[in-house]
Design a protein around this ligand. Structure first.
Ligand SMILES: [Mg+2]
Length: 226
C-alpha cells in the first residue's frame, strides 16, 4: 500500500479520535438544542426534525439553511459551546502520521473551526497540509460525489495515489469509485494481533488507527499483503 500512496486523506470525528470521549454526543445535543429553540419543540421533536433534514439535505446545517433560511455562521455558532477538553493529545497517532510520506489532509463534514479546535487538542495541528471542511465543500457533505470532486480539484489530488480513511463505510464508496485506496476505521477487532484486516483489493478495515499507520512505515512489521 505504502509504495503507491503519496496522499493521505483522513476524516476527523470518530476517525482521528474515538467517539467514546463524548464529544460527538455534546455536538448532537447542541444541534438538537438549536432545533428545539428554532422549532419550539422538545428533544424528541428535535430528533425527528433532524432525521428529516439529514435525509433530505445530507446534514442538519444544509437542511436549516435551505428550508429555514438560516445563515451558516449562526448555526455553526454552537461549536463555540463545545468543551474540547475531553480530547487528549495522541502522541502515538501524531508520530504515525508524521512518518507517512507525502501530503496529508483532513476531510470533514464539520467546519474548519471545529477541525482546528479538535486537531489542536489532539496534538495534530502541524501534521496536515490542509483541511477540507463543509464550507469548502459548498455545504455539500460526504458522501455526495460533488463534495469529493471539489476536494480533489482544490488540492490537485491523483486519486490513484491517495488513501481515504473514514469511520462511515458509506463515505468510502465515492473515493473507491474515484480509484482511491480506502480504509474503514471502526468495528470490533477481528481475531488475531494485526490492527487491520484486508476486506477487498485496496480496501482495509482498521480498528486501531495509530498501530495500523505505524505498521505501514515500520519495515520490521510492514504487512506483506500491502
Ligand atoms: Mg467521522
Amino acid at each position: 500500500m505504502l509504495a503507491e500512496i503519496d496522499t493521505w486523506v483522513l476524516d476527523l470525528d470518530d476517525t482521528l479520535y474515538p467517539s467514546s470521549n463524548g464529544l460527538a454526543d455534546q455536538m448532537k445535543a447542541l444541534i438538537r438544542g438549536i432545533l428545539s429553540r428554532h422549532f419550539g419543540t422538545d428533544d424528541a421533536g428535535a430528533r425527528r426534525i433532524q432525521a428529516e433534514l439529514i435525509a433530505a439535505h445530507g446534514t442538519t446545517l444544509r437542511g436549516l439553511m435551505t428550508t429555514e433560511g438560516l445563515a451558516a455562521a449562526d448555526i455553526l455558532e454552537f461549536e463555540h459551546h463545545i468543551d474540547y477538553s475531553v480530547l487528549r493529545a495522541d502522541a502515538l497517532l501524531a508520530e504515525a502520521i508524521a512518518a507517512l510520506p507525502g501530503r496529508k489532509f483532513v476531510f470533514t463534514n464539520g467546519s474548519a473551526y471545529h477541525a482546528e479546535q479538535a486537531l489542536a487538542r489532539l496534538g495534530l495541528s502541524d501534521h496536515f497540509d490542509g483541511v477540507f471542511d463543509i464550507l469548502a465543500g459548498q455545504l455539500i457533505p460526504k458522501p455526495y460525489p460533488e463534495s469529493y470532486r471539489r476536494f480533489v480539484e482544490q488540492f490537485s489530488i491523483d486519486p490513484s495515489r491517495a488513501a481515504f480513511f473514514d469511520d462511515l463505510a458509506v463515505n468510502l464508496d465515492v473515493p473507491e469509485q474515484l480509484g482511491m485506496a480506502t480504509v474503514w476505521v471502526g468495528g470490533e477487532p477481528a481475531p488475531g494481533t494485526a490492527p487491520y484486516e484486508v476486506v477487498a483489493p485496496r480496501r482495509w478495515r482498521v480498528w486501531e488507527l495509530a498501530p495500523f499507520l505505524h505498521s505501514l512505515t515500520a519495515p520490521a512489521v510492514r504487512p506483506s499483503t500491502m
